[in-house]
Design a protein around this ligand. Structure first.
Ligand SMILES: CC(C)(COP(=O)(O)OP(=O)(O)OC[C@H]1O[C@@H](n2cnc3c(N)ncnc32)[C@H](O)[C@@H]1OP(=O)(O)O)[C@@H](O)C(=O)NCCC(=O)NCCS
Length: 182
């Protein structure tokens, strides 16, 4: 399948707001209960418009349709969409001492395993490295863990995110350094 990667714009948000739940419900069904997925949609699985404004969020397009999204961040927030934020300031990281964050990867379930996530993560890592970061970290879903492992990320911690519907979402904190990987 041919697709192109471009920076996301604020006008993409309505389409992303459909793509993200569709992706989570289909591609995470083997890893989480429907209660966990529904509890995470919006707060944990959602658009962080700060990344779009920072020009660090990408979409994949095929025939004018958005078929995937994902980004990186030079800010402290580790995960979550706009509705999971409490209006607190999301301060900038220091590339000399902090890891850039890999954020919010979601692919159209009809287009999974066709290399979309791979292209986006390569764009993110290149941009983070060009911004001066020496490593990256992510809070991976259990569904995302094999994908990040393929790209050289290693699991460093497992924990659970409390959800608004009183469920808990098990996730894995993963880390990758650029220093010896290129
Ligand atoms: C994780 C996700 C973004 C991967 O996107 P994708 O476009 O399907 O990934 P790619 O096709 O680029 O896969 C690259 C490699 O990652 C690994 N991988 C991807 N999905 C995998 C899966 N479900 N199981 C095992 N390995 C997987 C494979 O090694 C794959 O290479 P291969 O297909 O040649 O075997 C996608 O599955 C998704 O949107 N999942 C639901 C949302 C989610 O949980 N996102 C993670 C947020 S932390």
């Amino acid at each position: 399948m041919d697709f192109c990667i471009r920076l996301a714009s604020l006008e993409d948000i309505p389409k992303l707001t459909t793509l993200i739940p569709d992706s989570a419900r289909a591609l995470q069904a083997d890893y989480y209960t429907s209660e966990q997925i529904e509890g995470a949609i919006g707060t944990v699985f959602g658009v962080d418009s700060q990344l779009i404004q920072d020009r660090t969020y990408f979409v994949a397009e095929h025939n004018n349709q958005i078929v995937g999204c994902g980004g990186w961040s030079q800010r402290k927030t580790l995960y979550g969409g706009d509705s999971g934020k409490n209006n607190q300031e999301d301060s900038l990281l220091n590339p000399d001492s902090d890891s850039a964050k890999i954020r919010a990867f979601f692919v159209d379930p009809a287009r999974a395993r066709q290399g979309i996530g791979s292209q986006i993560i390569q764009s993110c890592e290149l941009a983070a490295e060009r911004a001066g970061f020496k490593d990256v970290e992510t809070i991976a879903t259990l569904a995302g863990e094999p994908f990040y492992t393929k790209f050289g990320y290693r699991a460093i911690e497992q924990f659970e995110i409390p959800l608004p519907n009183n469920q808990f979402l098990p996730v894995v904190r993963m880390f990758k350094t650029f220093l010896c990987s290129r």
